[in-house]
Design a protein around this ligand. Structure first.
Ligand code: ZN
Length: 135
């Protein structure tokens, strides 16, 4: 397993309207994109720090996995996403090492990436995402 870099860090927030100005002021970053991911029922806001992005994630529906996360654990660090080459291969490799997968097959994430989540029960409580940019 040889991840290229940390593609992004996902942070669950109740309100982008409150969170965006905080990140802009505190870190001097500029939010460069806001995108709805209907599959996850969320709205995401992106900031760039070198190669890595910060992704703020606000639920737009109570049935969103992010709404459930905030309800259970409050706002905060949600997942770490690693850029990989050959996402499907990485997933089957992880599975063969005994890691349980939330997504056995890649699906569409924000920013045109193919993504898949690994189950935090297999990764010391950290929700990990693998993602791949398909040109
Ligand atoms: Zn993500």
């Amino acid at each position: 397993m040889n991840p290229g870099f940390i593609e992004h860090i996902g942070i669950a927030v109740k309100s982008l309207e409150q969170a965006i100005p905080l990140y802009e002021k505190l870190l001097g970053l500029k939010c460069y994109a806001i995108e709805e991911v209907l599959d996850q029922k969320v709205k995401t806001a992106f900031f760039k720090l070198g190669q890595t992005k910060i992704e703020l994630i606000e639920p737009i529906d109570v049935t969103s996995p992010i709404a459930k996360f905030i309800e259970k654990r409050g706002e905060g660090l949600h997942h770490i996403a690693f850029a990989v080459d050959g996402l499907e291969h990485k997933l089957s490799e992880a599975e063969s090492q005994g890691v349980s997968l939330i997504d056995k097959k890649p699906r569409k994430g924000a920013e045109g990436l193919d993504i898949a989540f690994l189950h935090p029960s297999s990764t010391m409580g950290v929700l990990m995402e693998f993602c791949e940019k398909k040109e």
